[in-house]
Design a binder for this molecule. Structure first.
Ligand code: NDP
Length: 298
């Protein structure tokens, strides 16, 4: 059997970022200001610092204004909520992102609940989760929305396809299952208590793996020709030739690539989509706040 097509998330994300940049320039022309994203980082978690830096750089490249707020690890809940309130009121700020995880002692749910749902470009607020659940327009978490875009780009109409999502987190698995349901796929949401997971996965035309376990999904779990979206980002222990440790997904790529019809690599698959969709959501928020029509084709 021929090797699976490689779904190039980086190229798709670059295209999306380019479209965002074009529309951001038109928005700035029409309104006299750039769409604005506020990113709040509390503490000095190394991975979070990298993510926040990458988001700021991506905003600048797409012509979005980014407002970074770096707060010390001992910031109180009251101080953090006061900042969120200030950003909620700031007309230059269209999107607010509080980088997770927060330092121990700060209640993440309380902080997310304080964000204006119409500036919640991460889609984590319960109002936006509820909007997605009942099919109303709202902000959808960036990673699963990016996965849906890759699937629709690859497969077109998803109607009637069997989809298995592995992992039921609020930020990936659950919204992914809802998006696929809305796209008329027949969806199974699998998790750690699912019985006979390999058999369940073998029925799927579409597999989305969002587990956080390196290479858990084996090649012989995949139905021949299926489309496989690997959300997992796992760093293996360092070796002599990879002193930082190799990055792998939740799918055993080297096995699955000879069975699947198409598959996302790790890195270079889903990962680049997350920030691109964050920019897209911020652009959408800006249009709504300015009373302008949301551009089509994003
Ligand atoms: P969580 O840890 O929140 O959720 C993991 C899910 O996997 C849970 O629902 C859990 O089930 C399920 N699970 C765990 N073990 C098994 C198993 N043996 N069999 C079946 N299901 C299992 O993870 P996230 O959703 O936050 O992230 C998942 C992965 O995606 C991680 O590798 C993460 O790094 C990556 N990620 C990548 C992003 C990107 O930008 N590309 C963004 C976000 C995440 P249960 O509920 O029963 O415990």
């Amino acid at each position: 059997m021929a090797e699976a097509a490689r779904i190039d998330g980086k190229a798709f994300a670059d295209g999306l970022r380019g479209r965002v940049a074009t529309h951001a320039a038109a928005f700035a022309q029409a309104t006299g200001r750039a769409p604005g994203l506020a990113v709040v980082l509390v503490g000095d978690d190394a991975a979070s610092q990298v993510y926040v830096g990458a988001k700021g750089k991506a905003c600048a490249e797409a012509g979005l204004a980014s407002f970074e707020h770096r707060l010390p690890a001992d910031t109180s809940k009251a101080e953090l909520l006061a900042l969120v309130e200030q950003l909620n009121r700031d007309p230059q700020v269209d999107g607010i992102l509080v980088q997770l995880p927060l330092p121990a002692g700060l209640d993440e749910q309380a902080v997310i609940a304080a964000i204006d749902p119409d500036k919640d470009v991460d889609g984590f607020h319960v109002i936006n989760a509820g909007r997605l659940a009942v099919g109303q327009a709202g902000f959808v978490p960036c990673t699963p929305l990016g996965c849906l875009m890759l699937l629709q780009d690859r497969l077109g109409d998803l109607s009637g396809l069997d989809a298995v999502v592995i992992g039921r987190s609020n930020i990936v698995g659950k919204p992914m299952a809802q998006l696929l349901t809305d796209a008329n796929a027949t969806v199974t949401l699998a998790h750690s208590r699912t019985k006979n997971l390999p058999e369940v996965v073998r029925r799927a035309d579409i597999v989305v793996a969002a587990v956080g376990r390196p290479e858990m999904v084996r090649g012989d779990w995949i139905k021949p020709g299926a489309t496989v979206i690997d959300v997992g980002i796992n760093r293996l222990p360092p070796t002599d030739d990879k002193p930082k440790g190799r990055l792998v997904g939740d799918v055993a790529y080297s096995e699955a690539v000879s069975v699947a019809g198409a598959i996302t690599p790790v890195p270079g698959g889903v990962g680049p989509m997350t920030i691109a969709v964050l920019l897209r959501n911020t652009l959408v928020a800006a249009h709504i706040h300015a009373g302008l029509d949301v551009p089509e084709g994003l």
